[in-house]
Design a binder for this molecule. Structure first.
Ligand code: APR
Length: 233
């Protein structure tokens, strides 16, 4: 056990420099798609083809992109600190970079699951889920992602992790989607907080934090090197 436990909460901005769109930035995914058409259980009931197309497109794109310097900096941090990543992202770029402790709050694009039994999960990869692909229980396969209005099963584990943080590093998330956003209030009182985001975070629930106002791929390599050299501050 190392003395510092850095809990990293990541959002879509973490993968932006890899070429994946965020949701709420200009030209983000939600500007071009309605959440209610593609990311709710009702949408999947109403028009499964449209929902599958949206995630098939994202899965195919994921296969073509690579982790960025920010992802790799978090891997380097593991050599010096206990690092746990809690991500809202459904991409696999943290794992592909080499991070070993990654908890996915909103599911994983490279997995599929039964549309009846949430625990019946299969490793799917980057290929499309076609109409007619079935889970072992005979139900249609759906993406293993948490849609709006659905519970977030990993949240309790995430809360436990945050309670043992000595440092919280928040990267590339607008912190508007709950319960993920509430995790910033679950850390111990003396936990130090750093925010990496090129945006204006003055309205953020952690506006008091040290804010490195740069993209993750630029900010994280020097921030992690600074912590390795001087200790986490
Ligand atoms: N590096 C770091 N941060 C960046 C970068 C970058 N290169 N580019 C953009 N950002 C920041 C934006 O300034 C913004 O604060 O990333 C944040 C992205 O916010 P959102 O688009 O709201 O994404 P996120 O917070 O991950 O969304 C949460 O909402 O749509 C649902 O389930 C989906 O997991 C997602 C959740």
């Amino acid at each position: 056990m190392k003395k510092d436990h850095i809990v990293v909460l990541t959002g879509a901005g973490m993968s932006a420099e890899s070429g994946l769109k965020t949701f709420r930035d200009h030209d983000g995914l939600w500007e071009n798609h309605s959440v209610y058409d593609v990311a709710t259980p009702e949408a999947f009931q109403r028009d499964p083809d449209m929902v599958q197309r949206f995630y098939n497109m994202r899965r195919a794109q994921l296969e073509t992109v690579q982790p960025n310097a920010g992802h790799f900096a978090l891997v380097k941090a593991e050599r010096h600190f206990d690092v746990t990543i809690i991500t809202q992202n459904i991409d696999d770029l943290h794992e592909r970079a080499g991070s070993s402790n990654v908890l996915h709050l909103h599911g994983e694009l490279t997995k599929a699951r039964s549309s009846i039994q949430p625990d019946l999960i299969v490793n799917w990869g980057y290929g499309p889920i076609e109409n007619g692909d079935k889970a072992e229980d005979g139900s249609p396969l759906r993406p293993h992602v948490v849609w709006f209005g659905e519970p977030v099963p990993a949240i309790e584990q995430a809360v436990e992790i945050c309670r043992t943080a000595t440092h919280l590093l928040v990267v590339g998330t607008s912190l508007v989607v709950y319960p993920a956003a509430g995790l910033v209030h679950e850390t111990p009182q003396n936990c130090r907080v750093t925010l990496v985001d090129p945006g204006d975070m003055s309205e953020s629930p952690i506006a008091h934090a040290r804010h490195v106002q740069k993209p993750a791929g630029q900010a994280l390599p020097s921030l992690i090197d600074e912590w390795i050299l001087n200790g986490v501050v």
